[in-house]
Write a protein that binds this ligand. Structure first.
Ligand code: NAD
Length: 364
């Protein structure tokens, strides 16, 4: 999968601020991208509730058309309780699921990495989490979120019954397996595949195909773990892991759990890639309607998502490193948003955190 875009042509970036805190966090990341890439062409479009408000559709056609043409996409987040009464197809989250599926963004990369200065922000003991650096690779376009049949019907006992279908084809499993093995090769060469093969046939096949795929990667050590044990091990001894690969629903839950190891969900970036490494980059958290518009949001997950964009889609790892170092420096200077505050730190808002990281970009 490591096939990368040209670096010398002008890049087109599409930003999708979305809802809630989305616009404020994307604004911070955009400042940094403009400083690092003065030539980049940046367009913006609505998605989620903003898409519904603009066009009656959480993924307006104009937004999808722009996304298809862009080299990379940076998203904020979607969702707000005010849309909860809309029909399912019109709800903000459908816009996100549809763009992932329309662009075939099947590989979701969620690194959970703890900055040294945040070791006390984690709810776990420092010795358990210090130095943590794991990568969760989640399959994103299959599984129970997309499987048919699905719905709510009246069953033969005249009761309402809800049902969804967990489905994985071997091709879908093999292609996410290939991505995970290749990423493991760039790290410590240890891959743990997470399933529930003792109970669910779909994941029994998952395990079989992972073992078959491993034949192509003899230099990577493959292990397997049931999802319930993985959830436990992530809080007991998270540093035992290097790369984890899992399906859509297990990955959704485990990566949120992993976010708390890093201190706050506001610290966790993500990349969703297609087979050519074109990607949609977004924080792992939601739109946090409870703090939207109050300048309280932590923009670091979104800024780290921009770092992932440079690394995975734009083939500019040097810029990715500059961003990570600027974040590290800002945290070392003691600045914190409210969600990661600790004693003796200096509390700043979303906007100021963006400015501080920007200021540290080129300051050695
Ligand atoms: P959430 O992630 O939005 O918020 C959970 C908690 O974390 C809240 O207390 C929030 O204030 C806090 N939080 C989240 N991001 C933060 C940040 N950057 N800085 C500081 N604090 C932060 O999850 P939720 O409350 O379950 O969902 C709210 C909405 O977001 C819902 O509509 C949901 O569907 C949507 N959602 C969207 C995405 C996405 O766009 N990828 C993901 C998850 C949830």
């Amino acid at each position: 999968m490591v096939k990368i875009n040209e670096t010398n042509k002008k890049m087109n970036l599409l930003t999708l601020p979305g809802d809630g805190i989305g616009p404020e966090i994307v604004r911070q990341a955009t400042k940094i991208i403009k400083a690092l890439s003065p030539d980049i062409i940046i367009d913006s479009a609505p998605i989620g509730g903003a898409g519904y408000d603009a066009d009656g559709d959480p993924l307006p056609k104009t937004t999808l058309d722009k996304a298809v043409k862009a080299d990379a996409i940076l998203m904020g987040s979607v969702g707000d309780w005010k849309y909860d009464k809309l029909p399912r197809e019109k709800r903000p989250e459908r816009g996100l699921l549809r763009i992932r599926s329309e662009l075939e963004l099947f590989a979701n990369l969620r690194p959970a990495m703890l900055f040294d200065d945040l070791v006390n922000a984690s709810s776990l003991k420092p010795e358990i989490v210090s130095g943590l650096d794991i990568l969760i690779v989640r399959e994103l376009t299959g599984d129970i979120y997309f499987g048919e049949p699905r719905g709510i019907h009246r069953n033969n006992k005249d009761q309402r019954e809800g049902f969804n279908t967990m489905r994985y084809s071997e091709n879908e499993i093999r292609r996410i397996g290939d991505v995970a093995f290749q990423l493991a090769r760039l790290r410590k060469r240890r891959l743990c595949s997470v399933d529930k093969a003792n109970v669910l046939e779909a994941t029994e096949l998952w395990r079989e195909v992972m073992i078959e795929t491993s034949q192509d990667y003899p230099d990577v050590t493959l292990s397997h773990m049931y999802v319930d044990n993985a959830a436990m091990q992530l809080v007991k001894d998270p540093k035992q892991f290097d790369v984890l690969v899992t399906g859509n629903i297990f990955g959704d839950i485990l990566s949120d759990e992993a976010s708390m190891l890093t201190g706050s969900i506001g610290m966790l970036p993500s990349a969703s890639l297609d087979k050519n490494n074109k990607g949609l980059f977004e924080p792992s958290h939601g739109s946090a309607p409870d703090i939207a518009g109050k300048d309280l949001a932590n923009p670091i997950a979104t800024i780290m998502s921009a770092a992932m964009m440079y690394k995975y889609s734009l083939n500019q790892s040097d810029k990715s490193d500059l961003i990570e170092k600027a974040i590290e420096k800002t945290l070392a200077q003691g600045f914190r948003t409210k969600d990661i505050m600790s004693k003796q730190s200096i509390e700043v808002g979303c906007e100021e955190m963006g400015d501080l990281i920007l200021g540290n970009l080129f300051n050695e």
